[in-house]
Design a protein. Structure first.
Length: 183
């Protein structure tokens, strides 16, 4: 099995940010949430709140989207071209995508790719995380519950924050754009 981070690894950009921008263009009323989102980001940077708390505050805008399921489908119809070609060339049926992005946001595109997914469990109507953000060591915890860690052949990520997971792979790669470097 090969394991991949999603954002900035096989997806060219950050899908959570891209989804936000997609929605802001369609719903100008989301601007009223900016002050709270900026405050949450500042509080996180100062160590006052956790990454999960910061993201929950950011994702509160989900409650302002009338048909979020349709918004997700429309988003992927426009943005699926951002999946990097190198991934599509080596994609395997037993691939696992593990991401901090919301699970409901990634599910349609992952289903289309025909691979497995572990992602952050976020309520699509409120933005509230149902469990810890799927980031860093939390990725290892989630994967251990479902898979044999020794089955991981290759691991790919754009960030050393994924080092806890990279340590389990037979070989790991750091992804910068379309360039793959040995971890």
């Amino acid at each position: 099995m090969n394991v991949y981070d999603w954002d900035k690894t096989i997806y060219d950009g950050d899908s959570s940010i891209d989804f936000y921008k997609f929605n802001v263009k369609r719903h100008k009323r989301l601007a009223k949430l900016w002050p709270a989102q900026v405050k949450a980001a500042a509080d996180y940077k100062r160590g006052k709140i956790t990454k999960t708390e910061m993201k929950t505050q950011f994702y509160r805008y989900f409650s302002e989207i009338d048909d979020i399921d349709n918004a997700v489908l429309e988003f992927w119809a426009i943005n699926k071209h951002k999946i990097k070609p190198w991934y599509m060339e080596q994609r395997r049926d037993d691939d696992l995508i593990i991401s901090a992005s919301p699970e409901f946001l990634l599910e349609p595109i992952i289903k289309e790719l025909g691979v497995q997914l572990i992602a952050s469990d976020v309520d699509k109507h409120t933005g509230v995380h149902r469990q810890e953000n799927c980031y860093g060591v939390e990725k290892v915890r989630r994967m251990e519950k479902l898979y044999d860690m020794n089955a991981m052949e290759y691991f790919y990520s754009d960030s050393y924050s994924d080092d806890p997971l990279a340590q389990y792979a037979q070989q790991s790669f750091l992804v910068k754009g379309n360039e793959l470097k040995n971890w």
